[in-house]
Design a protein around this ligand. Sequence first.
Ligand code: SF4
Length: 118
Amino acid sequence: MEQNITCINCPVGCRMTVVMSDSGGFLSVSGNTCPRGAAYARQECTLPQRMVTAVISVSGSRIPLSVKTSRPVPKDLIPAVMRELSRVRICVPVHSGQVIIPDILHTGSDIIATRSLT
Ligand code: SF4
């Protein structure tokens, strides 16, 4: 089974063809011009991951707080991450870079504030 994907690691945007086994295992990739593309293709076709960005409400502030994951999380966990974010309750002050939720859903990724609110 073949799958065509575009590498997003740099502006070149190499078009790659990934060959997968019938059971979903990674077999090969072509079209990449550097090893980063091959690593991305393998990851994207076996366990796709994404950075998550969102805003959450903060008690004591009329401005919502923008947050993001500290590293990509499995794509299929994004709805669960968003549910966790909808439940979190925090108050001002919040500082940029502050960890809001450590190791969310045991992914190894923290939810961190991307701005300060006082
Ligand atoms: S394969 Fe390498 S050169 Fe091509 S887009 Fe990805 S990172 Fe850039």
